[in-house]
Write a protein that binds this ligand. Structure first.
Ligand SMILES: Nc1ncnc2c1ncn2[C@@H]1O[C@H](COP(=O)(O)OP(=O)(O)O)[C@@H](O)[C@H]1O
Ligand SMILES: Cc1cn([C@H]2C[C@H](O)[C@@H](COP(=O)(O)OP(=O)(O)O)O2)c(=O)[nH]c1=O
Length: 205
């Protein structure tokens, strides 16, 4: 079984991914807990060129293009799928990924790229059984990650996160595997909501 956790920055994805992995392990399942961007050379390149916002992300005097960013995320994902996700699913393990191609759709679309091009670009990515979308207002997520980003960037980031949140909600109407979970609740209540969705999915297998 392949489960993905999605949501804006600070939505609680890594917290819930870890709890869900423990839930499966306690029940005797073999679990692979993973994330995107990955920790491989491609993921490191993304952190260097895309996520630092510093001078390493500048090529020939300009920031790398949003198209190049989308291609880097897709290249990282292609390796992730081929080397870890597919082999683990085939070995009967439970794969839990903190972010997947839905992040590319929500974020790179918010950067102004064409959604249909992004969907085509990511068509190689095996579809998960279940995608948990942790949804919460940007104001709340900003409170949770306060300190992770510098203050002067706050408003610009909040604006982007708002678009990303809206995009995720639109994507949930298009991709039936996506389920919206209210991420304003307590860590424990959210975990219980996720477990209910997972148990429903397990009962279908
Ligand atoms: N339900 C929750 N209520 C309040 N704070 C939370 C909740 N879930 C996570 N947090 C806290 O919010 C911050 C961001 O959570 P994290 O799981 O790292 O989010 P993400 O992986 O989506 O960026 C962390 O400090 C975490 O402890
Ligand atoms: C996977 C992915 C992430 N992102 C963005 C979302 C986050 O703001 C950022 C980094 O993800 P994040 O989960 O914060 O990873 P880390 O804490 O390891 O740096 O990358 C995209 O724009 N597109 C993608 O395809």
């Amino acid at each position: 079984m392949f489960i993905v956790i999605e949501g804006i920055d600070g939505a609680g994805k890594s917290t819930q991914a870890k709890l869900l992995a423990e839930w499966f392990e306690e029940r005797g399942y073999e679990v692979v807990l993973t994330k995107e961007p990955t920790d491989t050379a491609f993921g490191k390149l993304i952190r260097k060129l895309v996520l630092t916002g510093g001078k390493e992300g500048i090529i020939d005097g300009a920031r790398i293009s949003h198209e190049a960013e989308a291609l880097l995320f897709a290249a990282d994902r292609a390796e992730h799928v081929a080397k870890l996700i597919k082999p683990s699913i085939e070995a009967g393990k439970i794969v839990i990924s903190d972010r997947y191609f839905y992040s590319s759709l929500a974020y790179q679309w918010a950067r102004g790229l064409d959604l249909e091009w992004l969907i085509d670009l990511n068509r190689f990515a095996v579809r998960p059984d279940l995608v948990i979308l942790l949804d919460l207002p940007v104001k709340e997520s900003m409170k949770r990650i306060n300190g992770r980003s510098i203050k002067t960037e706050f408003d610009r980031i909040a604006e982007l996160q708002k678009r990303v949140r809206e995009n995720y909600l639109k994507l949930a109407e298009r991709f039936p595997e996506m389920r919206i979970v209210n991420a304003l609740a307590s860590v424990e209540d959210i975990h219980n909501d996720i477990v209910a969705l997972v148990e429903h999915e397990l009962s279908k297998k």
